[in-house]
Design a protein around this ligand. Structure first.
Ligand code: TXA
Ligand code: MG
Length: 330
C-alpha cells in the first residue's frame, strides 16, 4: 500500500475525511501526539489500526470527537461531575472514560463496557475531526512499543506502507499523551498521567481524585501494562541529579566501546562528553521528549537520560521516561 502524504490544506482535509468515511486509516496531528484514526463506528476499519500498529487487541482505543455534542453519541455523559469535566477540559489534553453506548463496536473498547473519549484542542485536529463527520478511534500513530510520534515525519517512519494517508500538520505542542481520567469509578481516577494534572481536575470537581501510580495495582487502563515508549537502543534513567554517577556510567559504557549520549537539562555539567539538551522548562521537556529519544537512538547504543523536578507535569514526564528506560534507574 502506498501511504499518501497530504500537506495540511482545505482540499486535503476533505480528502482525509472521505478516506476515513470509506473505512480506511489516516494519521493526523493533535496537540499531544499524532493519532492513527479510523471511523470509530466501523469495526473493520478499527481492526486495521491494530494491524498497522501491531497493537494487542486487549488494549482499547480513545474515541475522538469534533465537538462536545458528539460525546453523547458514543457515551453516557449526563452526570454532574462529567459535565463539569467536559466544560473545563474539552477541548483539551484530557481523555475521559465513560459508560459506552451500544453503537461503539467492542473492538474499540477491547470488550470493556466503558469508552475513552477525547476532544483535542489543536485547531488542525478539530478541523480533521469535523471533516470526518464521524467519531474517530485513534491511538498514537507509532508502531506498538515505540516512542509516540510528535511530528508527521516520525509517523511516516513507522507507518509508511501500512496506512492510507498521513495528514502532515504541525509538530505537536504538548508532546506527551493526554491524561486518562476514569469517571466510572466511585472516586474519579487518573489512569494515565498527562498534561492536565490531578490538582487541576480536583479543583474543578471540588473533591479529591485518585491517581493510579503502582502498575501492579488492578489495571483499569489495559495500556499501562505493556512495554511502552522504548527507543531501539539501551536506555537508563537518573532521577536523583547525581552528576558524578551519570559521568561514571557514561565513561564506563564508552570504555566498553559503546556510543553513548547523555540527555540532560543542564548540558554544561558533562565536560566534552556527548550531551543532548532535554529542554529547559518542564513544558519544553514534554514537547521534545519523544523526538529526542528517536533522534538519540539513531546514532547511539546507550541513552542516559537525567531528569528531576517535583512539579505535577514532571510526574507525567517521569512516567514516560521510566517506561522508555524499561524501569532501569541509575
Ligand atoms: O493524547 C492522546 O491520548 C493520544 C492522541 C492521539 O489522542 N492518544 C493516545 O492513545 O495516546 P493510546 O492508544 O496510545 O493510549 C490510550 C490509552 C491506553 O492506555 C488505553 O489502555 C487507555 O487509553 N484506554 C482506552 N480506552 C479505555 C477504557 N475504556 N478504559 C480504560 N482505559 C482506556
Ligand atoms: Mg500509545
Amino acid at each position: 500500500m502506498e501511504t499518501q502524504l497530504l500537506q495540511f490544506n482545505k482540499q486535503h482535509l476533505d480528502l482525509a475525511g472521505q478516506i476515513i468515511q470509506s473505512g480506511k486509516l489516516v494519521a493526523f496531528p493533535t496537540e499531544t501526539v499524532y493519532g492513527l484514526g479510523a471511523n470509530a463506528l466501523d469495526k473493520d476499519a478499527v481492526q486495521g489500526i491494530f494491524a498497522a500498529k501491531g497493537r494487542p487487541s486487549d488494549n482499547p482505543l480513545i474515541v475522538h470527537v469534533a465537538n462536545v455534542k458528539q460525546i453523547d453519541q458514543v457515551a453516557y455523559c449526563d452526570s454532574e461531575d462529567v459535565q463539569k469535566i467536559i466544560n473545563a477540559f474539552m477541548p483539551g489534553s484530557l481523555t475521559i472514560v465513560l459508560p459506552k453506548r451500544d453503537v461503539v463496536p467492542t473492538v474499540v473498547t477491547a470488550g470493556l463496557n466503558t469508552v475513552a473519549v477525547r476532544m483535542p484542542n489543536s485547531k488542525q485536529a478539530l478541523e480533521f475531526l469535523s471533516a470526518c463527520q464521524v467519531p474517530v478511534a485513534a491511538p498514537s500513530a507509532n508502531t506498538s512499543t515505540r516512542p509516540s510520534p510528535t511530528n508527521w515525519q516520525t509517523v511516516n517512519e513507522d507507518m509508511a506502507g501500512k496506512i492510507d494517508a498521513i495528514l502532515c500538520g504541525d509538530d505537536c505542542a504538548v508532546g506527551i499523551e493526554s491524561t486518562v481520567l476514569d469517571m466510572t469509578q466511585p472516586t474519579p481516577t487518573v489512569l494515565r498521567p498527562g498534561y492536565v494534572t490531578p490538582s487541576q481536575i480536583s479543583k474543578v470537581l471540588g473533591k479529591p481524585v485518585k491517581v493510579v501510580t503502582n502498575p501492579t495495582e488492578k489495571v483499569n487502563s489495559p495500556g499501562v501494562k505493556y512495554k511502552h515508549y522504548a527507543p531501539s537502543c539501551e536506555m537508563v534513567l537518573n532521577t536523583d541529579g547525581d552528576v558524578q554517577k551519570v559521568i561514571d556510567y557514561y565513561d564506563n559504557q564508552v570504555s566498553l566501546g559503546k556510543r553513548v549520549v547523555i540527555l540532560a537539562q543542564q548540558t554544561h555539567l558533562y565536560g566534552s562528553r556527548n550531551v543532548m539538551p532535554l529542554g529547559q522548562t518542564d513544558s519544553d521537556v514534554a514537547q521534545g521528549l519523544f523526538a529526542n529519544l528517536r533522534q538519540c537512538e539513531k546514532a547511539n547504543d546507550v541513552i542516559i537520560a537525567t531528569y528531576s523536578s517535583d512539579t505535577e507535569l514532571a510526574q507525567s514526564i517521569l512516567n514516560r521516561l521510566t517506561k522508555s528506560a524499561g524501569q532501569k534507574i541509575l
